[in-house]
Design a protein around this ligand. Structure first.
Ligand SMILES: Cc1ncc(C[n+]2csc(CCOP(=O)(O)OP(=O)(O)O)c2C)c(N)n1
Ligand SMILES: [Mg+2]
Length: 936
């Protein structure tokens, strides 16, 4: 079908590109419809229209309306064009001018003066006159241009001057890669209005910028002279970040932003803490003190340039903005997904889950890490996803054009460190850090963009690093040229001050007075901190402990309530056509609820979630394919076979219930676990579970586990109650999906930092999930979860087991003899093989005890269950994992100490790979290890 909007007359021009005539001026909306149609299917519109839109895309031009009336400003004057009078356009040349305009919009950034050191040498042939076959003689001819939201005509000379100033000044802009026409147009109109090229900042604001530059610079210089040789990761060369961040905070009230959640690495962190978050200088100087003991109350603490901080800042207009700077480990960019999760939690707290405009994530990156770390791409990929979006993040790169000793040419395969951002359709502003006014104007536009489109936006602030990687590092070994340029380069504040003095905006006396007062303030703070430092007597810290973790917690739910919830979640939704197998699934679940069959694992899980939600505890579950469940066991979202409408049974229990949020995550472990961890930190009242597709994939998120989950309480005092669901178990399916690497979590256990459990029954799983939500004390929970056992008729529980008691760290043996000769201890799945063997072999002198929770180990309960079997002469640990894996290395010394005797090992030999690739060998090994458990 072809469409030709009525009232639009096509006037093919000499290049065969169709243009609308004056009569079309009122047809913008129709034109937009047609344009959208063409974008979906170019063949569905008439050929002239198709070629018109193709040309239009190329030039990113508004469908032009020939004004026929425009007077050009005098050549060389880059004032806004004014329309008047009639001009004649030479259309044979117009297309060349269009190509030139398009080249500036696409590539002008490559000619922009973004490098303060002026070492970046680039040429852009496409923006030269001769490239588009124009000559000097054409400079005074009039041409059409869509400029600053208006169609107009101007002499070519003026067009070029405007384009040069707009696209090749101290801000280089990349936005033509953005797929959405509406976004490109929004940006283009604002950019071409001159927002980034005109200095419109009022005098008071200029002074504010200078003040912040000076604060940033003087603070670093002060530290440099007072704390010689101490690492601080100076911001010098990149101080413009301070007025830039100040501008974000200042703009927040106008944009309705109440909370900023910020993440940044080492560079300039102390400066940001002091001069943006308002952390007391004295506290910062304390941390440089000889006797300083970080966080001695809470744990081991961390170095000063990793610590987080929360504050409420008052803006110059009296507005209040909360700023939360997330603590970050040394691992660069790891903080990114954590900040996103925290921001989303804040959005939930502030009831900002629709527009997400009240909470703003701000991430500050280094150029080398932004280009090099994959988690950056993973995090960007979260930015528009239903379960993970945060309404757009403002990214700022402190682009000092170096990473430790490595030049950008060795650290990135693309021209800019920001190229990865293009995948999410975000604009990128490359800003010269020596032009703070441009930086401030850019951040204003960036914020407006974020609030308008809820998308990420990037400010790539080009600057330099005045010292080495840290202050004791010699940069000239590897960067002699760059550092001789830096040596000669004046500080930003001098350049900016010179600019202000020239225009009479400030006097040298004012600056001198500011310097003196500020330096005095710092000196006073140092004096106070020295007094405090002398009073400190460091002592060796006692390890943390949390004995409450072993207190019993009532987690049972009355049977009647379980039935009520169970029936609600197995009800078929009205007017909804279910897949026949799902109908059967619901009906089988209903039978379990009604007591006609014992409960399986996934039904127990649904009842745990359902009972929590029903009583007001929200639940969030995120992971790859978690809605259905990797093993097709969960079906927490049902789909209409005709419409694919979705229905979540757990959200239809009763009015006023809490919500069950379940998301299929992208195929990422690192960023998604980081996100869910961050979310849980700032919304601890929700049970947050992250599920690995198979447990072994969690090693892709090892940084989050090592740097945050295992130790952030002792490093930064950040508690978490995140749950990791890690499918684990040996079923002869090869080395890849057998092991969730239980041993890695156990190795990290100390100071009651985390809980590691391998429950063996649906009831046990039910109680431990509920315990995690209802218990006051918060600790991460690592759970080994089943695969094959999900459908094993042995791995079931009666409904009554959910209606009594709570989670049992050690499960007694239901078939224990009164006094056994042999005690077998185990955890998780292998129990079923052992129990089956004992039954078939009619063994009646062996007790099998299950350690449902390995850490913290409930030694008292274990003792109590072992004591009746005092005559047992064999104490065996049985596991299906290889000897260097599983729980053995963790549990053996503990059991030996507890029982004062040697523990026998029944299990696979140590191996490099987690499991054999052969099903047959697996079966042999599995039989052998069970055999050993009864025969050693
Ligand atoms: C994942 C990771 N690898 C290596 C390091 C060691 N390291 C610390 S800073 C740094 C250079 C970072 O360069 P850039 O991101 O440009 O930040 P800058 O220091 O220049 O501000 C490196 C390699 C680290 N901290 N994290
Ligand atoms: Mg760098």
């Amino acid at each position: 079908m072809t469409v030709m909007p009525s009232g639009v007359n096509l006037v093919p021009d000499t290049n065969g590109v169709s243009r609308t005539d004056a009569a079309s001026a009122e047809n913008g909306p129709q034109l937009e419809v047609l344009y959208e149609q063409w974008k979906r299917d170019p063949a569905s519109v008439d050929a002239p229209w198709a070629s018109f839109f193709a040309g239009f895309e190329l030039g990113c031009q508004q469908p032009p309306k020939r004004s026929g009336a425009a007077a050009a400003p005098a050549p060389g004057k880059a004032s806004a064009p004014v329309s008047a009078g009639t001009v004649t356009i030479d259309h044979s040349l117009q297309s060349r001018v269009d190509a030139l305009i398009s080249a500036y919009r696409r590539l002008g950034h490559q000619a922009a003066k973004i490098d303060p050191l002026n070492l970046l040498k680039r040429t852009v042939p496409e923006v030269a006159l001769d490239y588009v076959k124009l000559t000097e003689a054409d400079l005074d001819r009039e041409f059409e241009i869509w400029w600053a939201g208006k169609q107009t005509t101007m002499p070519l000379r003026t067009i070029i001057q405007l384009l040069q100033e707009t696209y090749c000044g101290t801000v280089g802009i990349e936005y033509m890669h953005i797929e959405s026409y509406a976004i490109r147009r929004w940006l283009r109109d604002r950019i071409e209005e001159g927002r980034l090229r005109k200095d419109t900042l009022p005098n008071a604001e200029k002074k504010r910028v200078l003040t912040h530059l000076l604060e940033g610079e003087l603070f670093e210089k002060f530290l440099h002279t007072r704390y010689v040789g101490q690492k601080r990761f100076s911001l010098e060369g990149g101080e413009t970040i301070i007025p830039l961040l100040d501008k974000i905070v200042e703009e927040c009230p106008r944009h309705g932003v109440e909370q900023i959640v910020m993440g940044m690495a080492h560079r300039g962190r102390l400066n940001v803490l002091a001069n943006i978050l308002g952390k007391d200088y004295e506290f910062i100087f304390n941390e440089f003190g000889e006797n300083y003991v970080p966080n001695s109350e809470q744990g081991d603490g961390d170095v000063k340039y990793h610590m987080g901080y929360d504050s409420i800042v008052t803006t110059s207009t009296g507005g209040k903005v909360g700023i939360s700077l997330a603590p970050n480990p040394s691992h660069l960019e790891t903080v990114c997904p954590v900040v996103e999760g925290k921001a989303r939690a804040w959005q939930r707290k502030l009831n900002d889950t629709q527009e997400r405009r009240k909470v703003l994530p701000v991430l500050i990156h280094g150029d080398a890490s932004f280009a090099g770390q994959g988690v950056v791409a993973e995090t960007l990929n979260l930015s528009q996803l239903e379960g993970y979006k945060t309404g757009g993040t403002v990214h700022i790169i402190i682009n000092n054009q170096i990473g430790f000793t490595t030049s950008p040419g060795d650290g990135s395969s693309s021209q800019y460190c920001t190229s990865v951002v293009k995948m999410v359709g975000s604009p990128i502003f490359h800003v010269n850090g020596d032009d703070p006014i441009a930086a401030v104007a850019t951040i204003q536009l960036a914020l407006e963009f974020r609030q308008q489109f809820q998308r990420d936006v990037v400010i790539d602030m080009y600057c330099y690093r005045r010292h080495g990687h840290n202050e004791g590092d010699e940069p000239r070994f590897t960067q002699p040229l760059m550092y001789s340029a830096i040596e000669d380069h004046p500080p930003i504040s001098d350049i900016f001050f010179g600019h202000l003095v020239k225009f009479g905006d400030i006097t040298p006396d004012e600056v001198r007075a500011f310097r003196t007062t500020f330096e005095q303030k710092l000196t006073d703070a140092v004096q106070k901190s020295k007094v405090a430092d002398k009073a400190i007597v460091p002592s060796i810290r006692k390890p943390l402990s949390c004995p409450e973790l072993l207190d019993p917690v009532e987690t049972a739910v009355p049977e009647a309530k379980l039935k009520e919830i169970g029936l609600a979640i197995t009800r078929e939704p009205a007017n909804f056509e279910l897949n026949p197998k799902i109908k059967r699934f619901l009906s089988q679940r209903r039978d379990m609820i009604e007591g006609k069959a014992p409960l399986d694992w996934s039904t127990a899980e649904a009842l745990a979630f359902g009972s929590l939600i029903e009583s007001g505890y929200p639940v969030r579950l995120s992971g790859q394919d978690s809605r259905r469940g990797t093993f097709s066991q969960r079906h927490s979202v049902l789909y209409d076979v005709k419409t694919r409408d979705r229905y979540k049974p757990l959200n239809n229990i009763k009015p006023g219930q809490a919500t069950f949020c379940v998301y299929n995550s992208p195929l990422s472990e690192y960023a998604v676990l980081g996100f869910d961890y961050g979310y849980n930190l700032d919304f601890p009242d929700m049970l947050v579970l992250w599920e690995a597709q198979f447990g072994d994939f969690a090693n892709g998120a090892q940084l989050i586990i090592d740097q945050y989950i295992a130790c952030s309480e002792t490093k930064w005092g950040e508690t978490s109650s995140i749950v990791l669901l890690l499918p684990h178990g040996y079923h002869g399916q090869g080395p890849e999906h057998s092991s969730a690497r239980l041993e890695r979590y156990l190795q990290s256990c100390a100071e009651d930092n985390i809980q590691v459990a391998f429950p063996s029954t649906p009831a046990s799983y039910f109680h431990i999930l509920r315990r995690q939500a209802v218990r006051k004390v918060k600790k991460p929970l690592i759970l080994m979860t089943p695969k094959g056992l999900l459908r094993d008729p042995h791995c079931v529980s009666p409904l009554a087991d959910l209606a009594t008691g709570g989670f049992e760290e050690i499960l007694p043996d239901p078939a224990a003899p009164k006094s056994a000769k042999r005690i077998i201890l185990c955890t998780g799945k292998v129990y079923f093989d052992l129990a089956e063997y004992r039954k078939t072999q009619k063994i009646d002198d062996t007790v099998i005890l299950r350690l449902e929770q390995l850490y913290p180990l409930h030694e008292k309960k274990l003792q109590a269950l072992v004591t009746p079997h005092a005559k047992a002469d064999k104490l065996v640990w049985c596991q299906e994992e290889s000897q260097n894996m599983g729980a053995w290395n963790f549990i053996e010394p503990r059991l030996r100490k507890l029982f004062g005797r040697d523990i026998l090992y029944a299990g696979r030999d140590a191996s490099a790979s987690t499991a054999t690739g052969s099903h047959a060998i697996h079966d042999l090994e599995q039989r052998e290890l069970v055999n050993q458990a009864f025969s050693l």
